[in-house]
Design a binder for this molecule. Structure first.
Ligand SMILES: *[C@@H]1O[C@H](CO)[C@@H](O)[C@H](O)[C@H]1NC(C)=O
Ligand SMILES: *[C@@H]1O[C@H](CO)[C@@H](O)[C@H](O)[C@H]1NC(C)=O
Ligand SMILES: *[C@@H]1O[C@H](CO)[C@@H](O)[C@H](O)[C@H]1NC(C)=O
Ligand SMILES: *[C@@H]1O[C@H](CO)[C@@H](O)[C@H](O)[C@H]1NC(C)=O
Length: 328
């Protein structure tokens, strides 16, 4: 009965296909369920972390761990970085082998950050302590404080810079009007869509205005993390590399405390951030610029304490100063 055989053989041929289709359907369904569960879990995590974020911005009265545990992670140097005093003090050390560093857990897109820092005392020649905001990727934005150590009795150099879309070369340097190694002093960065202001002990020392109308990109689209590190750069840091690190004085230690932050936290997951349009018209931090009095005070301070200004460096910029120099 060849016809019957061929008849029954025909449906058999479809069985593997049918099985494949059913299997795929189940697989796709399962996958769908897995994906939606993941999205749900992610969203829930997000909600949890945004509620946490809100607590971070307005200081929570009940905390089980200190500021540095909650907001930062040690990313470099292992035990050379230490979080002490129940999370309220952080120290970075530099040994000949390596330095150390930490970064914020969260990213922010605009805001003001304040940190009290006590720098490496004594002969700190060759050491560099950094405290800065930076985004990631090729065309990164960055707002820098760098403290270049010096031999005993000679002044530290406070170096500042602003990168937008990968371009820096906007250095201004200062000698401080106090000994930054004796006590803690507050170093702050204010960053909003209109300007960036560097403060030392709440005194503005530098303003970098948004000069987009002059064709200068301004950091305003890329969220940034807070970073800090202590490392050795004695090939160039101190008096152009002439004074090198004296390793018999190691470890070199810088200390951090009393961090505070007011601003907009960015969530990488949902690509949203914790500020509303209303915040931008209401919150001083997100809309302020220096007023005339503060600006005049800043100019006086710069006249007395600024030791390098890229806007006046004709040797490096023979074609004339950068466009933003006209308004800063
Ligand atoms: C604080 O954080 C540290 C490090 O994460 C942990 O070892 C310690 O148990 C925490 N303390 C409290 C009271 O939660
Ligand atoms: C260290 O002190 C010398 C002498 O006052 C000064 O020229 C130099 O700029 C200071 N800073 C650094 C980082 O070399
Ligand atoms: C390095 O520091 C040690 C300890 O203070 C000192 O005895 C030595 O002279 C220093 N070396 C240099 C090259 O200054
Ligand atoms: C900590 O910082 C806040 C503001 O940033 C300031 O008001 C307060 O006095 C500081 N605390 C200490 C002990 O310096």
């Amino acid at each position: 009965m060849p016809p019957r055989n061929s008849h029954s053989a025909r449906p058999n041929k479809f069985v593997p296909y049918l099985a494949f289709i059913i299997f795929s359907a189940i697989f796709v369904f399962k996958l769908d369920v897995i994906i939606s569960q993941t999205i749900f879990a992610a969203r829930r995590n997000q909600e949890i972390s945004t509620t946490r974020d809100i607590q971070l911005i307005s200081p929570a009265p009940l905390i089980e761990n200190g500021t540095f545990h909650r907001l930062f992670i040690v990313t470099w140097g292992e035990s050379r970085a230490q979080i002490l005093e129940n999370g309220e003090l952080l120290t970075l050390s530099l040994y000949k082998l390596s330095g150390s560093g930490f970064q914020s857990r969260k990213e922010l897109l605009f805001g003001k950050i304040d940190m009290q820092i006590k720098l490496v005392p004594g002969n700190s020649a060759g050491t560099v302590t950094t405290y800065y905001l930076s985004s990631e990727g090729d065309h990164h934005d960055e707002i820098d404080f760098e403290f270049l150590g010096n031999s005993t009795g000679n002044p530290y150099t406070l170096h500042t810079n602003v990168f937008s879309q990968g371009k820096g070369e906007r250095e201004q340097q200062f000698f401080l009007w106090f000994d930054p190694t004796q006590d803690f002093h507050t170093y702050s960065i204010l960053w909003n869509p209109r300007c960036i202001i560097f403060y030392v002990d709440n005194i503005p020392i530098r303003e970098f205005k948004n000069a987009e109308r002059l064709g200068v990109p301004f950091p305003k689209d890329q969220p940034m993390r807070i970073y800090s590190s202590l490392w050795n750069a004695d090939e160039w840091a101190t008096q152009g590399g002439r004074v090198t690190t004296n390793w018999s004085l190691a470890p070199f230690t810088a200390s951090y405390r009393n961090f505070s932050m007011d601003g907009c936290l960015w969530s990488r997951l949902t690509r949203t951030y914790s500020c509303t349009d209303d915040d931008f018209s209401r919150k001083p931090v997100l809309r302020m610029e220096l007023d005339r009095r503060s600006r005049a005070r800043m100019k006086r301070l710069q006249r007395d304490h600024m030791v390098y200004d890229y806007c006046r460096d004709k040797w490096r910029f023979p074609k004339g100063p950068a466009p933003e120099c006209r308004i800063n």
